[in-house]
Design a protein around this ligand. Structure first.
Ligand code: ZN
Length: 169
């Protein structure tokens, strides 16, 4: 059977519409059901960055925090012990055991604070007001990764244990 050119065009058009419809529905579905979309920090309600995610036992349950600094601030502010049970490697996003992890404290990177660089009325950068996620604290699997990060972004390399013991605002 001969297919008329007009018919061919129509088939092609119907096929294309199908593809567009399917990808639109797929995209909408992905948008609606994207996992982790609702993940916000237990304490500050900021969205949780995958590379600084921190799990801690606080207020009688395991909770998700945006970063180690925020979890330690929680302990300071609530006066109740907050026990960090899992850190995340800032480089790889892999989970890290707090016992062996290294951290960089006070680098120029802070994923939680988005309004840095505010300019005050006198046209000078406004001083950073108190923030529970500052000074920033990010975890690394070993001292060489931590040192490399600190060379680029400043901050102090230490064991997570030490950082937790000496943490205060
Ligand atoms: Zn937080």
């Amino acid at each position: 059977m001969r297919i008329e050119p007009a018919m061919k065009r129509r088939r092609w058009l119907v096929g294309m519409l199908g593809v567009v419809a399917a990808s639109t529905i797929g995209y909408a579905g992905w948008r609606t059901f994207r996992p982790g979309d609702q993940a916000v920090c237990y304490a500050c309600k900021r969205p949780i960055h995958e590379h600084s995610k921190t799990v801690a036992f606080a207020d009688a349950r395991s909770r998700l925090f945006c970063c180690p600094a925020c979890a330690l601030s929680q302990q300071e502010q609530s006066g109740e012990p907050v026990i960090i049970t899992r850190l995340t490697s800032f480089l790889s996003g892999e989970p890290l055991a707090p016992e062996n992890a290294f951290v960089v404290r006070g680098s120029d990177v802070n994923m939680c604070i988005r309004d840095r660089g505010l300019i005050g009325a006198d046209k000078r950068p406004a001083p950073l007001r108190f923030d529970r996620c500052s000074p920033s604290l990010y975890a690394f699997a070993n001292p060489s990764e931590a040192s490399q990060f600190a060379r680029q972004h400043g901050g102090q390399v230490m064991l997570f244990r030490e950082a937790a013991e000496t943490f205060s605002k």
